[in-house]
Design a protein around this ligand. Sequence first.
Ligand SMILES: Nc1ncnc2c1ncn2[C@@H]1O[C@H](COS(=O)(=O)NC(=O)[C@@H](N)CO)[C@@H](O)[C@H]1O
Length: 423
Amino acid sequence: MLDLKFIRENAGAVKHAVDVKGVNLDIDELLRLDRELVDLKQRVEAMQAERNANAKLVPRATPEERPTLIQRGKDLAEEIKALDPALRAHEDNLRQLLLRVPNIPHASVPVGKDDNDNVELRREGQLPAFEFTPRDQVDLLEGQGWSDFERVARVSGSRSYLLKGEGALLEMAVQMFAMSFLAGRGFTPLSTTALVRPETLVNSGHFPGDEESVYKLEGDELMLAGTAEVPVNSLYAGEQLNAEELPMAFSAISGAFRREAGSAGRDVRGLIRVHEFRKVEQYVICRADEQEGLKWFETLLGNAEAILQALELPYRVVQNCTGDMGAGKVLMYDIETWVPSEQKYRETHSCSYLGDWQARRTGLRYRDETGKLVYAHTLNNTGIATPRILVPLLENHQRADGTIHVPGALRPYLGGKAVLGQP
Ligand SMILES: Nc1ncnc2c1ncn2[C@@H]1O[C@H](COS(=O)(=O)NC(=O)[C@@H](N)CO)[C@@H](O)[C@H]1O
């Protein structure tokens, strides 16, 4: 959400953001509603002033004048009360529109329609050259008896997964490595729930818009978040933090639940796109300063790259274009990791800087050096998301006999083993 004063004074820039991000919103209508609300509030204030002035006359009035004055006071009170519903309705309508106003993209963001217009910034790591016919993720998993997609589909339907034996241990080793790595870089580890109140999804910016993606629990005022970003973003909702408490940097592991309503037919095989997964999320709350925000952006990106380098995985960094970055972002890079069986880089991380757009919806403020209450800036990036990362991990590190090379960084979490599986 942007500051209404900013929208009034920068309507052109906001309309440009609406246009390049492909948001369906009429800023002129929002500004008209804003003016109507201001007029309405001014009318009510004038009537309240008249009512107060009138009330002051009553004690000094003569017995003849008093009834008229008292009646005038009652009439004014009635008129003010009668305007209340219109005032409420206007405020609600304006807030609904304000929640949909997109953030202003950073000057460096390429204008584009969708992920085809994203810009590759750089590639890191050597692509594997196999002297044998490489297997894909499902063949590797089922070859080792580490998963049984048919069986779990009977229990949980499509886009479900189950890992067994060393496959299960590998998933947890990756999670533990990422949590330990980030703790080593000063991020406060959190292990959190994905059960959230609906308003937290408005706070994070997922609502309005993402309703289709979110599981809702019938009869409970709860939903299942698709990322720990949602609960962590609302941990301090409505609070006034002190400047010295910032920056806060968390690495939060949680379940993540997604309906994948719009993904019919895509990635239906294996571990890439499932309804429930686990993610280690990097989340930062910092001071309202773009330079500091951009520094944290580089830090979050660097952490994810360091984790991928430790997992010895080739990847590329891509800058998201305006049409593929979502309403709330100022800046967004995806990291895509090489998947041999698809001969493609696939998204495994998503790094975002949101300025104060998310904090304003969340009511996340701090008292700055001058004592002024300002909205903080927030950022998030994937630390690691399993089981998706297991796809490049298994496929890139497979050996001719179907066993898996274990990158050094993971060995401490796998009893020191350098190889997983049976030939
Ligand atoms: N349905 C899914 N199944 C498995 N992994 C997924 C799924 N959806 C997303 N992910 C993983 O989670 C990562 C982050 O998801 S994201 O929506 O792009 N971004 C976020 O959630 C941000 N909070 C940063 O983590 C993705 O890059 C991907 O690795």
